[in-house]
Design a protein around this ligand. Structure first.
Ligand code: NAG
Length: 349
C-alpha cells in the first residue's frame, strides 16, 4: 500500500468515526428533555374541574352535562388548560361509551360556538375516572326499608353527600391538586366571566369560594348542631375559629336539651364548590373528617348533605374573612335558576 493510499484509508476511517460521533451527539441532544422545562407561563399551581357524573352502575343521560361543559369552557377565560375529570361509577368504563360521549360533546361544543381549536383542546382534557361507592359498614343494602329521614334516590344521593363531604379529599385524582372546581351537570356558566376562578384564588390567596349560601332545612340536618357544638367544646381552636367567624348558635347551647333540633343549618350551595385542597387535608381537618365519617348514619339515614357539611368545615377551620370568597362575579345558574351576579373586576396580573 502506497503512502497516499494508506493516508486516504486513515482519512476515510477518521471521517467515519467523526460522523458517527457527531450523529450520536445529535441523537443524545434530541432525546434530552426540552430545556428550560419551566417556561415563563408554566402554572404556579395545579387544578381540575370535577363532575360527579354517575354514582350508581349503569348508564346515565349526559344531556345536561353536554350543556354544562361547553358553557364552562366557553364563558370562562381560562389561563391554563386544566383536565376536566368525570367521576363515574361504570357509565364510561367501556371505550365505546367514552367515544360516544365525546362525539356528542364535540357536536354540543360546536353548537355553543366554540372554535375548532378550543373543541380539540376540550376533548383532549376530558378524563373518565371510575369511582365506585360502597355502603359503609353498618348500613344494610336494604337500608331504605329502615325508613331513613329521606329515602329518595337511596342510596345514590347519600353516596354523593358522603363523597363530597370527606371522601373527595382523599381521591387519587384530587388529593395532590392545588385546587378543584366542582360543578354539577346542571351547573351553567351562563355568560362570559371576566376572570379565571383558579387565578382569582391564586392571586388573592383564597382557600374556598362558593356562589350562594342558603341554609339547609333542619329536618335533613338533624344532629348537626350538637355534633359541631360538641366538637368545638373538645377543640378550643375550633371554638375560637367559629367565634371569630361569627357563627350564630341556636338557643340552649349549654342546656343541650333539644339543642338545635329542627333548626336550619347554614350551608354553601355545593353545585359550585371551589376548593384549595391542602386546607382540607390538614391534620386538624383530617381528624374532624374522620370523626364525621365514623357514624355513617349521618349520611345514610339522617341524610346530612355536603352543603351544610362544607359550611361547617370552612367555618370551623378556615378564617372566613381572609380565606373565603363569594364568587358572585361568575354569571351562573343552577338548573333553570340564575343566581344574582355582582360586578366582575378583571384581575391585575
Ligand atoms: C395565604 O393564606 C394562608 C392560609 O390559607 C396563610 O397561611 C398564608 O400566610 C397566606 N399567605 C400570604 C402571602 O398572605
Amino acid at each position: 500500500m502506497s503512502v497516499s493510499k494508506r493516508f486516504l484509508a486513515i482519512l476515510v476511517a477518521a471521517t467515519a468515526i467523526l460522523l458517527y460521533l457527531v450523529h450520536s451527539h445529535e441523537t443524545i441532544l434530541a432525546s434530552r428533555p426540552q430545556f428550560p422545562a419551566k417556561s415563563a407561563d408554566s402554572p404556579p399551581y395545579t387544578a381540575a374541574i370535577v363532575y360527579l357524573v354517575s354514582v350508581m352502575p349503569g348508564p346515565r343521560s349526559p344531556e345536561r352535562l353536554l350543556q354544562s361543559i361547553p358553557l364552562m369552557e366557553k364563558n370562562i377565560p381560562w389561563r391554563y388548560q386544566w383536565p376536566i375529570i368525570l367521576l363515574h361509577a361504570g357509565a364510561y368504563s367501556v371505550l365505546e361509551s367514552q367515544e360516544d360521549f365525546l362525539d356528542q360533546l364535540q357536536e354540543s361544543a360546536s353548537n355553543h360556538g366554540l372554535e375548532p381549536e378550543q373543541i380539540q383542546s376540550l376533548m383532549s382534557r376530558i378524563q373518565f375516572v371510575a369511582t365506585y361507592h360502597e355502603l359503609p359498614e353498618g348500613i344494610p343494602m336494604d337500608g331504605v326499608a329502615d325508613g331513613p329521614i329521606w329515602g329518595g334516590e337511596w342510596p345514590a344521593y347519600h353516596h354523593m353527600c358522603a363523597f363530597f363531604s370527606y371522601k373527595i379529599f382523599n381521591h387519587p385524582s384530587i388529593r395532590d391538586l392545588t385546587y378543584f372546581f366542582r360543578l354539577d351537570d346542571d351547573s351553567y356558566v351562563r355568560e362570559p366571566a371576566c376572570f379565571d376562578p383558579f387565578e382569582y384564588m391564586h392571586i388573592n390567596n383564597k382557600s374556598y369560594a362558593f356562589r350562594d349560601d342558603p341554609p339547609d332545612m333542619g329536618w335533613v340536618t338533624e344532629g348537626m348542631w350538637p355534633f359541631v357544638s360538641n366538637y368545638a367544646e373538645r377543640h378550643p381552636f375550633v371554638e375560637s375559629m367559629l367565634e371569630h367567624n361569627g357563627l350564630q348558635w341556636p338557643p340552649n347551647r349549654k342546656w343541650r336539651l333539644r339543642f338545635g333540633q329542627g333548626v336550619n343549618f347554614p350551608s354553601y350551595e355545593t353545585n359550585f364548590d371551589l376548593v384549595k385542597v391542602e386546607r382540607f387535608r390538614t391534620p386538624e381537618m383530617t381528624e374532624f373528617l374522620y370523626e364525621l365519617a365514623s357514624v355513617p348514619k349521618r349520611f345514610y339515614w339522617y341524610r346530612w348533605g355536603d352543603a351544610p357539611v362544607r359550611f361547617a368545615q370552612v367555618n370551623m377551620f378556615l378564617n372566613v374573612e381572609k380565606e373565603v370568597h363569594r364568587m358572585c362575579e361568575i354569571p351562573y345558574a343552577h338548573k333553570d335558576r340564575p343566581f344574582d351576579d355582582c360586578e366582575c373586576v378583571p384581575l391585575l396580573a
